[in-house]
Design a protein around this ligand. Structure first.
Ligand code: HEC
Length: 167
């Protein structure tokens, strides 16, 4: 082999190793104070951990559950629907992270959300409290099915929301 060919092959192999290193993103860091660091796999794993599992979805859902309740009592239907839609989205995202919980959520997603949605869309003040009660019970059914009956959601009693119908 001519020396020019040897040099070319050497150059080629060094470039390929360089590409592999760049490809795997090894050693790159992101975020304030480079908190997201490591190999690609390590960084993806850190991001997944940061998203959390179901508890994050439930924190969001319990806030929206309370807002929805007071909005319904106020007859603030658009605001109530806004929260119901976000409850649905938060549940979908939670189930994407924890698919094993999907079975217990079946009637909540397929029956209870649509039933409450209809009451809100109709602006049905008479039917709201009964529909919300069924909705609340469906939260607790899922908690029981997931072996967490101690997470027993009650009807909100203290009004925390700062949102109301404009005068
Ligand atoms: C999959 C069925 C399922 C449904 C439907 C469901 N939950 Fe949950 N919920 C869970 C599970 C599982 C946990 C425990 C999550 C964890 O900590 O890992 C939980 C936890 C909670 C918690 C405790 C959160 C904390 O601080 O740790 C609250 C509050 C809660 N849910 C409220 C609700 C409300 C309100 C609804 C209905 C609007 C609801 N949940 C519907 C499964 C469900």
């Amino acid at each position: 082999m001519k020396s020019i060919q040897v040099v070319f092959l050497l150059w080629l192999s060094v470039s390929m190793v360089g590409c592999l290193v760049v490809e795997s993103g090894e050693g790159k860091s992101y975020g304030s104070q480079d908190w997201l660091s490591g190999t690609d796999d390590e960084r993806w794993s850190t991001v997944a951990d940061q998203f959390g599992g179901f508890a994050h979805a439930m924190h969001e859902i319990q806030y929206r559950y309370q807002e929805l309740y007071w909005a319904g009592l106020d007859g603030n239907w658009e605001y109530a629907l806004h929260h119901l839609e976000h409850i649905e989205e938060a549940m979908e995202a939670g189930l994407e992270r924890r698919p094993a919980r999907a079975k217990s959520a079946t009637s909540f997603v397929n029956d209870n959300i649509p039933a409450l949605e209809k009451v809100l869309e109709d602006g049905d003040s008479e039917g709201f409290e009964a529909a919300f009660e069924v909705f609340r019970i469906s939260c607790n059914s899922c908690h029981a099915m997931e072996d967490m009956p101690f997470i027993h959601v009650k009807t909100p009693e203290i009004r925390m929301t700062v949102i109301g119908l404009p005068n």
